[in-house]
Design a protein around this ligand. Structure first.
Ligand code: SF4
Ligand code: SF4
Length: 251
């Protein structure tokens, strides 16, 4: 292949990276739920019954993104079409309360943390621990660093050792088998440090909430700085949340 051929190939491939993750909207993605205002039918609890993770509460209607696996069963079950899903990937929050979606709610940005922005706004090193995850969250986090999402252009990188990390990204429901290793990784990290819970499993236990096989004591002791919902989360959900938290979303 000549140089000219190589340049032709590059040109035909076009631009592969997402120029602005903050405004990007995925195609064919079931993202942020949208709940319609209004009264439900008398005694209706079809969505509550359909939900496998007890993410929906009726009267008043609300949906907890920390539990939701985005399976869509509640929307299928609702006779009045009050629950739907948008392609909006922006769903993260800094508190569990921020993960509750109510009728009429729109996506709100993750609030910037001034102290974290000063410390890590230009460089954030993260160690990922799969604490009993199915590998879906891990795959999407891996994708966050690929050519499309390219979170590294913002100074966010994965590192192999927790000693080199500024933050721990936990996926999976925190099984007993992984409890000690996850705690070890956190304890090995120098302060200041952040804990990021990624996926319904890490945030709430997800489908495995209440299982005897879990040991979620770490999350009782350490409050996550950031909750990134999804099952698994879209890479944009993770990338945008970090940019907003670290003040990189300012115009
Ligand atoms: S989409 Fe979420 S809230 Fe709806 S049934 Fe599935 S897990 Fe429950
Ligand atoms: S949202 Fe739909 S399924 Fe759920 S209680 Fe209301 S009417 Fe019933």
């Amino acid at each position: 292949m000549t140089l000219i051929d190589a340049l032709r190939v590059r040109r035909s491939q076009g631009r592969q990276y997402i120029a602005d993750p903050l405004t990007a909207m995925p195609q064919g993605f079931r993202g942020r739920p949208r709940l319609a205002a209004g009264a439900c039918g008398d005694g209706c609890d079809a969505c509550v019954t359909a939900c496998p993770t007890a993410a929906v509460t009726p009267a008043p209607l609300a949906l907890d993104l920390g539990r939701c696996t985005l399976c869509g069963l509640c929307a299928e079950a609702c006779p009045d079409g009050r629950i739907g899903f948008t392609a909006e990937p922006r769903m993260a929050a800094t508190t569990p309360a921020g993960l509750i979606v109510r009728p009429g709610d729109a996506a709100t940005p993750v609030p910037e943390d001034g102290a974290l922005a000063r410390l890590f706004g230009r460089s954030l090193r993260l160690r990922q621990v799969s604490a009993g995850g199915c590998n879906a969250c891990e795959l999407e986090l891996n994708a966050a660093a690929n050519v499309n999402f390219d979170v590294q252009r913002y100074g966010v990188e994965w590192v192999a050792s927790p000693r080199h990390a500024d933050g721990l990204v936990v996926t999976g429901p925190l099984t007993r088998a992984m409890a000690a290793a996850t705690r070890l990784a956190w304890d090995a990290m120098p302060a200041p440090r952040v804990l990021v819970a990624v996926g319904a499993c890490a945030i709430s236990g997800g489908l495995y909430a209440g299982s005897d096989a879990l040991d979620r004591a770490l999350l009782d002791d350490v409050t996550p700085t950031l909750y990134v919902p999804g099952c698994p989360p879209h890479p944009l959900t993770f990338v945008v949340a970090l940019l907003e938290l670290l003040g990189r979303a300012r115009p």
